[in-house]
Design a protein. Structure first.
Length: 95
């Protein structure tokens, strides 16, 4: 098993490696949450609720059973595909 990533509180990776799918998604969700203020969003409450829902999906992987992990990992790959144009996106995470 690989060593856990040492990330600071805003999920900026402090280790010298590419982010994991989980690290990548948590960082993008945090960026999305920060966009609510500077960007005009028609339904900011819904947008933030969507961020919370995504974070719960990603975090639920940690406590999932083996069978659930397969399904959750597939869902996470679909969530990550939205950010395919981000420089940290890994093409090995296809949806």
């Amino acid at each position: 098993m690989s060593e856990p990533c040492l990330c600071d509180t805003d999920f900026t990776c402090l280790a010298d490696h590419a982010p994991t799918l989980t690290e990548f998604l948590l960082a993008r969700i945090a960026e999305d949450e920060e966009m609510v203020e500077p960007v005009m969003i028609v339904h900011p409450d819904r947008f933030l609720a969507e961020c919370v829902a995504k974070r719960r999906i990603v975090e639920s992987l940690e406590s999932a059973k083996v069978r659930e992990r397969v399904a959750l990992h597939r869902v996470m790959r679909h969530l990550a595909a939205v950010y395919a144009d981000h420089p940290d996106y890994d093409e090995a995470w296809p949806a």
